[in-house]
Ligand binder design. Structure first.
Ligand SMILES: CC[C@H](C(=O)O)C(=O)SCCNC(=O)CCNC(=O)[C@H](O)C(C)(C)COP(=O)(O)OP(=O)(O)OC[C@H]1O[C@@H](n2cnc3c(N)ncnc32)[C@H](O)[C@@H]1OP(=O)(O)O
Ligand SMILES: [Co+2]
Length: 134
């Protein structure tokens, strides 16, 4: 079912400072901030040779990452995103196996313009998992 690691997301309290850390201290190529109101976040992508780092900051009221940042005020690894060929088939198989798909279970379009879903961290070793159909 899961294929390549598409990205590792880090929730950060200060997106500009985090961008500078990756760009200036770590010398990585970073994107401009991208507001994703449907997801309640602003994202910056750090391009790496073999995957991406997604820097996340809450956008607007009710951001799904607000509580995470309250628990982790300095920031922290928020989720792992794996690629799948067929997100609906993956969803149905995971639900059949008892895994919890977050939200209403319907994929939303993510930051790369592809359908994404999230799986409850308590079902996957304490890690929030995002699936992205590529
Ligand atoms: C633009 C899209 C972009 C992309 O890549 O395309 C994105 O990735 S958008 C990313 C932001 N969106 C989401 O994260 C959507 C899915 N997430 C959620 O629905 C929530 O974050 C949720 C339900 C996972 C957690 O929400 P919240 O923290 O408010 O709930 P609880 O406090 O009830 O937490 C329940 C339980 O889970 C633990 N938890 C929470 N977040 C994480 C996490 N990121 N990793 C691991 N564990 C997490 C939390 O500590 C609670 O555990 P407990 O032992 O019960 O205290
Ligand atoms: Co993501």
């Amino acid at each position: 079912m899961i294929g390549r690691l598409n990205h590792v997301a880090i929730a950060v309290p200060d997106l500009a400072a985090a961008t500078a850390t990756y760009r200036d201290t770590l010398g990585a190529k970073v994107s401009a901030p991208q507001d994703e109101p449907d997801h309640g976040v602003t994202v910056v992508f750090v391009e790496l040779p073999n995957t991406k780092i997604e820097l996340l900051h809450p956008l607007g009221e009710g951001s799904p990452i607000a509580a995470f940042l309250e628990r982790n005020p300095a920031g922290g690894i928020h989720h792992l995103c794996y690629e799948v060929a067929d997100i609906l088939a993956a969803r149905d198989q995971l639900e059949a196996e008892g895994a919890r798909v977050l939200g209403d279970g319907e994929p939303k379009i993510g930051a790369h313009g592809k359908p994404v879903l999230f799986l409850h961290p308590k079902d996957f070793l304490g890690s929030l998992i995002e699936l992205e159909q590529v």
